[in-house]
Design a protein around this ligand. Sequence first.
Ligand code: ZN
Length: 149
Amino acid sequence: MAKAVVVFHPGGIKTITRFNGESDKQALRKARKFAQRVEEEIPDHEGIFLIDTLNPTSPPSGAKRPSGKFWCPYCADWRTFKPWYDYLRCEVCNISNEDWYVKKYNRLWSASRGIALRDQALDPKELEKRAKKRERARQRRLRRKEGRG
Ligand SMILES: [Zn+2]
């Protein structure tokens, strides 16, 4: 897996096409060519992105994180990470916030910070539902403890 082209098609469909070359340069050339073809053939696309899943890129030095976004080392850009089960995933390349480089460049090493950031991305209703679920689980644990004692 090296270079890939992500296309947002009309109607909310997303495709990821991967390019493996004998060299990085060759893969890049193939990916660029493909992106250009999509541009010509699907003029009403909703976005074409060239990503590099092998060579993570660091954010520009001294750059400040735009609110609600993370640095995606594979898109080499600031991206919205969307909730996906217990993770957040880059809306373009799908990499999760558990990736080593995503953690490194966004300083997500502390688990509680990761959860706080994930919760920020969830809508309030979903958060309330999760809080209630946690509370019910806590009550169950307490009851079990009492039963033993
Ligand atoms: Zn990405």
